[in-house]
Design a protein around this ligand. Sequence first.
Ligand code: ADP
Ligand code: MG
Length: 275
Amino acid sequence: SPAGGTPAAPRVLALANQKGGVGKTTTAINLGTALAAIGETVLVVDLDPQGNASTGLGIERRARNLSTYDVLTGEASMRETVMETGVPQLYVAPSTLDLSGLELEIAAERDRAFRLRSALKALAADSLAPRFTYVLVDCPPSLSLLTVNAMAAADAIVVPLQCEFFALEGLSQLLKTVEQVRVSLNPALTIHGIVLTMYDGRNNLSEQVVQDVRQFMGDKVYETVIPRNVRVSEAPSYGKPVLLYDLKCVGSQAYLRLASEVIQRERAARADAAA
Ligand code: ADP
Ligand code: MG
């Protein structure tokens, strides 16, 4: 961090894929938990009106007094909205179904794509807020204004891809959107990495998908592959990340490995930038 003066801004990673059910939310919750477990201070921003990241982090609907909807409409600050979770050093800005109406409400506003970026900037400058080192933005399953807000606010995108036959379908559309955001809204935006999820070792197709995606996307694909693991899918119904629910299961161990890979890539990127 810079000597004295303002604290370093957190790294903002957006979990994006316009397909539903590929592991965005599961990765936001469990990568967030794993990063917190290894010493980072993490904020998960729930940008999906479904609010599954908030629920999975133990925030009941009636406890969501303020939400990302209030933040993006300018009615609340991010600091006021952030809530503690059951995990030390892991916080969440919860969402509610109100968020599904936001796009129409702010469609005519000039700064409509920059609402999240401004809110996170204010958060980083807010001396009363925790000093976050990572912000993970859980995007909805669309390339809507909400996802564009996440991309405009992010340093980099993490793309979860499910190990299934149509894994690569839609990826070129997603990459095109990232490129458009880079050109028009956020020149520094990069793809942090692609995380393969729900890998099933008993299924030849899973292995084929891993090979295809690695061939197509090269070293953008993280080495860590997240296995399909029933403990991972059970944990949210207890309002817990899988790392709290069953630390030893293969799903938890995979998310810990992914977290150290993310941090390694960050260090490498910083070293490159310094050179
Ligand atoms: P998205 O946010 O992209 O829509 P989710 O993270 O909600 O996807 O995951 C979709 C479903 O798959 C959820 O029911 C979740 O519990 C389940 N799931 C995700 N990852 C795993 C995994 N590694 N093993 C088993 N089930 C998983
Ligand atoms: Mg989701």
